[in-house]
Design a protein around this ligand. Structure first.
Ligand SMILES: Cc1ncc(COP(=O)(O)O)c(C=O)c1O
Length: 389
């Protein structure tokens, strides 16, 4: 590949020695679960992100499970979320015995559209169809789980207002949005709780798996600390049943090394994103390719630079042949997944999500991508549209 989607070796090269020394120190410490490395990571990220509490866990999926459980979501509850996200968002709801309710997204941010959330909470309506007999007095809806997809925050204020009006909990899936912000508030620190993923391809990627629950509420943080450790309140006393969601010390220690670089890496991503948009414009491609747009009141961490295009699959095949690696996040919206069939959604129920699943294409973006590499990407896109317009 001339242009990979992501180049982790390039990112790690300048810090390789520090990572190796850190790993050696953890091995010698003999402390492999929890302890100073995990506490240190939690403190570092609280400070860096401006959020009061951070609880490190095993991965982003478990972070969502733990956050929902800490906020009281359980068997039979409904949790409203987006179908245009990684499957884990919905799977986390199902793991608690709760039911995901999918409502449609905003085509600019790709996140939950507040009006669609309101339609369901107030009247059980999804895309104009009455889907539930509940009314706002007798509702099973317990929480809203907005996803800050590709790194851009969902329009949170109307969601928080209706959560307040209907006494609902809000958990932000900020797994892709570390370092992003909405109206000056940090992603993951806006709702009752938020979650991060440190999957290796994330802006802050672990050398393995990792996740975190963020919250400004000390009581919620305390609950999550118990939940990550088999619901244990003191040794061998378990008031609740949960799971083992602990983070290894090695993961935490290596993440601490990488976290120092996150602000610079996010700036480099933002610069590369601006370069893409400038190049697409300069080559007259903005009619063929809809470039991502950042809402004025948001800081975007540019986890992905995702364009919308017609003939997306043909373009992707063409780019692969040109040596340009791209990704489709996500080709099948979750309400159309085989495992969600019993929920009764039909094709056409969530049109914006389904359109996004047909049109979205994420271009290569990582700290250190060169202007030459980006030029290869954009020149290849132009070649395609010169042939197929
Ligand atoms: C939006 C979103 N939610 C949840 C997850 C789950 O995180 P993890 O893979 O760390 O379990 C991811 C990442 O993979 C994600 O991108």
């Amino acid at each position: 590949m001339k242009v990979p989607q992501l180049d982790l070796n390039l990112i790690h090269a300048p810090i390789l020695e520090e990572l190796q020394k850190t790993a050696a120190d953890v091995i010698q410490s003999g402390r492999f679960i929890g302890g100073p490395a995990v506490e240190g990571l939690e403190k570092d990220l609280c400070q860096q992100l401006g959020i009061a509490h951070a609880v490190a866990v095993s991965n982003g999926t478990d972070a969502i499970v733990a956050a929902l459980q800490a906020l009281g979501v359980s068997n039979g509850d409904e949790v409203l979320t987006s179908p245009f996200t990684f499957f884990a968002t919905a799977a986390a709801i199902v793991r608690l015995g709760a039911k995901p309710v999918f409502v449609d997204i905003d085509p600019i941010t790709y996140g939950l559209k507040p009006e669609r959330v309101y339609d369901y909470v107030d009247d059980g309506v999804i895309n104009g169809k009455k889907k539930s007999q509940h009314n706002s007095e007798h509702t099973k809806v317990r929480a809203i789980l907005p996803v800050h997809l590709y790194g851009q925050c969902v329009e949170m204020d109307p969601i928080l207002e209706l959560a307040d009006q209907f006494s609902l909990m809000v958990v932000e899936d900020a797994c892709q949005a570390i370092g992003s912000a909405y109206k000056g508030r940090p992603a993951g620190g806006i709702g009752d709780a938020g979650t991060l993923s440190f999957y290796p391809s994330k802006n802050l990627g672990a050398l393995g798996e990792g996740g975190m629950v963020l919250t400004n509420d000390e009581g919620v943080a305390e609950q999550v600390r118990m939940i990550r450790n088999h619901g244990q309140s003191e040794q061998y006393v378990h008031p609740i049943v949960s799971g083992n969601y602990r983070m290894p010390a090695l993961t935490a220690a290596l993440l601490r090394v990488k976290a120092k670089h996150l602000p610079a890496w996010n700036r480099m991503r933002a610069e590369a994103a601006a370069t893409y948009t400038g190049m697409l414009e300069a080559k007259g491609l903005l009619d063929d390719v809809i470039a991502p747009r950042v809402e004025k009141d948001r800081v975007h961490n540019w986890h992905q630079y995702t364009v919308r295009v017609d003939k997306r699959d043909d373009l992707r095949t063409f780019l692969t042949a040109e040596g340009v690696s791209t990704q489709i996040y996500y080709p099948v919206p979750i309400h159309m997944q085989p495992s969600m069939k019993h929920l009764g959604y039909e094709k056409g129920d969530l049109p914006e999500s389904e359109r996004a699943a047909r049109e979205a294409l994420s271009l290569p973006l990582f700290p250190g991508i060169t202007a030459e590499q980006q030029d290869i990407v954009v020149t290849s896109i132009k070649k395609f549209y010169d042939k197929h317009r």
